[in-house]
Design a protein around this ligand. Structure first.
Ligand code: B12
Length: 208
C-alpha cells in the first residue's frame, strides 16, 4: 500500500512478487494496492497530489497488475458458465477495476467480451446482443459517467430485450442503493469479489 502511495513505480513489481513468494494471497495484495490508490485519490482530491502524481500512481498500479493479474485469472478453462460483455462507459478511461473483475470472472469460468474503455452506451447493447451475452458489465468511476448506465438499460428497453440481460454497474465510488434506484441496473458494486458472487448467483444452474 505504501509503495503505491509513495509512487514507487519501478519497485512495485518486485515488491508484489516478494509478497506472493512469501505466501500472501493475491486478493489480499490487490486489497493493499486498492487501498493505496484510494489514498492517492484522496490526496489528489485535496490538492496534495497533482494530476501527474495520479498518472504515476496509475503507472505503479499497471506494473503491479502485470505480476498479479495472471494469478487472479488462473482457471482450469472448463466449460463457460456464461458470457459477460464488459466495458468502461463513454467518457471513462479508468480500466484497472474492469481488468481485475474480468480476471476474477475468467477464473470463475465466465467468458469475457471486453469492449475496452470510453464505450458508448449503444455499443453495450449491440455487442451484448451479438455475443448472446448473459450479463452486461459497466465500469464507471466518475460521478459524471455513472448515470450513463441508465442509457444502457433504456437502450435495452427500447429494443424490447431488457429481460434477456442482467446489467451490473461497478467502480469505486458507486453507491449501490443509489445506482439501483436511479439507473435501473440489476446490481451495483464497488468490489470485484462481491461482483463475482452476484453474477455467479444469477447464472448458477442456468444452462447455456
Ligand atoms: C488510477 C486512477 C486514475 C488513472 C486511471 C488509469 C487506468 N488505466 O485505469 C488516471 C490517471 C488516468 C485517472 C484519470 C482521471 N481520474 Co482517476 N482515479 C484513479 C484512482 C486513483 C484509482 C482507481 C483505481 O484504479 N482503483 C483500483 C481498482 C482496482 O478499483 P475499482 O476501480 O474500484 O475496481 C474494483 C471494483 O469497483 C469493481 N469494479 C470496477 N469496475 C467494474 C465493472 C464491473 C462490471 C463490475 C461488476 C465490477 C467492477 O471491481 C474492481 C476490483 O475489486 C481513483 C481513486 C480511487 N478512490 O479509487 C481516481 C478517481 C476515480 N479519479 C478521479 C478523477 C476526478 C479523474 C480525472 C477526471 C482527473 C482529471 N482531472 O483529469 C481523470 C478522468 C479520466 C477519464 N476520463 O476517465 C476521481 C473521481 C471523482 C468522481 N467522483 O467523479 C477519483 C475518485 C479520485 C478522487 N478522489 O478525486 N484516474
Amino acid at each position: 500500500m505504501n509503495a503505491v502511495i509513495d509512487i514507487r513505480y519501478d519497485e512495485i513489481a518486485g515488491l508484489v512478487l516478494s509478497a506472493l513468494k512469501a505466501g500472501s494471497d493475491p486478493l489480499d495484495v490487490l486489497g493493499e494496492l486498492r487501498e493505496g490508490l484510494r489514498v492517492v485519490g484522496e490526496r489528489y482530491q485535496e490538492g496534495e497530489y497533482f494530476l501527474s502524481q495520479l498518472f504515476l500512481a496509475a503507472e505503479t498500479m499497471k506494473n503491479a497488475l502485470e505480476v498479479l493479474q495472471p494469478l487472479l485469472a488462473a482457471t482450469d478453462q472448463g466449460e463457460s458458465k456464461g458470457t459477460i460483455v464488459i466495458g468502461s462507459i463513454e467518457g471513462d478511461i479508468h480500466d484497472f477495476g474492469k481488468a481485475i473483475v474480468s480476471s476474477l470472472l475468467t477464473a470463475e469460468g465466465f467468458h469475457i467480451v471486453d469492449l475496452g474503455v470510453d464505450v458508448p452506451s449503444v455499443r453495450f447493447v449491440e455487442e451484448a446482443e451479438k455475443a448472446n451475452a448473459d450479463v452486461i458489465g459497466i465500469s464507471a468511476l466518475l460521478s459524471t459517467t455513472q448515470p450513463q448506465s441508465r442509457d444502457v438499460v433504456q437502450g435495452l428497453e427500447r429494443r424490447g430485450i431488457r429481460d434477456r440481460f442482467r446489467v451490473i454497474l461497478g467502480g469505486t465510488g458507486v453507491v449501490p442503493e443509489y445506482a439501483l434506484a436511479q439507473y435501473g441496473v440489476d446490481a451495483a458494486v464497488n468490489d470485484g469479489v462481491e461482483a463475482v458472487k452476484i453474477i455467479s448467483g444469477w447464472l448458477e444452474g442456468e444452462q447455456r
